[in-house]
Design a protein around this ligand. Structure first.
Ligand code: TRP
Length: 433
């Protein structure tokens, strides 16, 4: 299962980003069986921000923030979008199949047009082609790595649907129906369980409302900002509502269940707003202080972060390069001296380990396939009634506990693949695990 998400590098990370994105993403990346891709969407930042220093500073701060919060770059793919030249290249290939009418319907673009028309301006006044193309660049981000799931807020769901649409169209136009499609069609994983954090004024914490608490504000500043959170005017001793209280919602986002219950009780008993804010400050600072210290340690050495991001890009390009080579071949950007068969696998692809893919077919049964780095099917399983059965076989094959012979009792080799090739693939997979 591959999870991918991008963070636009257009600002300073705040508590809302931490609670809504950074903290849950890092927790999810520790789950077994998940491959996580997190990247700094700096090309996307250029659509909104025209101050170069701000793009650079934001990229540094966001990278340092994710690392300080415990992201492990050994375990995940952590990279900067602009370090992957395959992404803009794929953007162009997708641009050539994306329907303009689809892009006309994108919410952000439509909102800009509606604003212009309401003011009596030309429909496209002040609208860049970058804003218009935003969904295609985002589709390239996602499709490049065959992400299964993209955790996003509600505002981004349309973009994921567009990525599916554009990916499906490319698969259909250039793919071989008998082979594994070029692109996995991604699904939006909407984070409904992650509460949106209120900002200082009670609206959703967001840069655009200017109501944020910077994630790594100094202690004194954190305290001052918390003191400024809007509350009602009830006096100490008067019972207070937890429902609709910004102080309570923020507290809850950082507290354990028992701490939250105690605070609920304190509200009922009329805790003063000053005391409640003091407890909120103490609770947030207890979680953030060690991260803040790490953040400052990291940001003091931007060159080290630069190195980490470049290493992350190398790792990500091991996936991007072979896929892009296949795509170039598929659309006809080919070596003129070679008479390549239509869907020949590129030679680089062999550097990427083969992998098992598990899925369910329309017949309701569970299957697995073994696919090499170029996406070629090596082995196709029979159908299983339970996902567990398929999963157990895959697990044993991956661990080396089951060899080719036994595997072939549950699966058949693809055309042109022999048992020796299967054994070699299993060995490569095992070496890469
Ligand atoms: N558009 C996303 C946002 O503003 C950022 C982003 C860029 C992204 N590319 C992505 C998110 C790919 C998920 C997947 O929040």
């Amino acid at each position: 299962m591959r999870i991918l998400t991008g963070i636009t590098t257009s600002g300073t990370p705040h508590l809302g980003n931490y609670v809504g994105a950074i903290r849950p993403a890092i927790a999810a990346s520790a789950a077994p069986g998940v491959e996580s891709f997190y990247f700094l969407a700096d090309y996307h930042a250029l659509i909104k921000v025209s101050e170069p220093a701000r793009v650079q500073r934001s990229t540094l701060e966001i990278a340092a923030a994710w690392l300080a919060c415990g992201l492990d770059p050994q375990r995940v793919w952590f990279y900067r979008q602009s370090d992957i030249p395959e992404i803009p290249e794929l953007t162009w290939l997708l641009t050539c199949v994306a329907a303009k009418g689809l892009l006309n319907r994108a919410h952000a673009y439509k909102a800009a047009v509606d604003r212009n028309l309401a003011q009596g301006d030309d429909a496209d006044a002040g609208v860049t082609a970058g804003l218009f193309m935003y969904p295609v660049l985002m589709a390239a981000d996602i499709l490049m790595f065959n992400a299964d799931q993209v955790p996003v807020g509600r505002d981004q769901v349309q973009h994921i649907e567009m990525a599916r649409d554009i990916g499906a169209r490319f698969n259909h136009l250039y793919g071989d129906p008998a082979a594994i499609p070029f692109f996995t069609l991604p699904e939006a994983a909407i984070e409904e369980h992650v509460a949106t954090l209120p900002g200082l004024d009670g609206r959703k914490m967001s840069k655009s409302y200017d109501n944020t608490i910077p994630l790594f504000a100094a202690r004194g500043e954190l305290k001052k900002l918390i003191a400024g959170i809007v509350t009602d005017s009830r006096l100490p001793g008067e019972a207070k509502d937890t429902e609709g209280s910004n102080v309570f919602a923020l507290y809850q986002a950082f507290a354990s269940a028992s701490e939250t219950a105690a605070m609920r009780q304190a509200f009922a008993e009329g805790i003063g707003w000053g005391d409640a804010k003091q407890q909120l400050f103490a609770r947030i600072d207890a979680e953030i202080a060690p991260l803040r210290e790490r953040f400052h340690g990291l940001i003091a050495h931007p060159d080290r972060i630069e190195q980490q991001l470049r290493a992350g890009a190398d790792k990500a390009r091991q996936i991007a390069m072979p896929l892009l080579a296949r795509l170039r071949e598929a659309v006809g950007l080919r070596n003129l001296g070679e008479h390549a068969p239509k869907h020949a696998a590129p030679t680089q692809a062999t550097t990427v380990a083969p992998q098992f893919k598990q899925y369910r077919e329309a017949d309701g049964r569970f299957y697995f396939k073994l696919v090499d780095g170029a996406g070629r099917v090596l082995l196709q399983s029979t159908g299983f009634a339970a996902a567990r059965e398929a999963g157990a076989l895959v697990g044993r094959a991956k661990s080396g506990a089951m060899g080719a012979d036994e595997l072939l009792r549950h699966a058949t080799l693809a055309e042109g693949i022999d048992a020796a090739a299967l054994t070699a693939a299993l060995r490569a997979l095992h070496a890469a695990e």
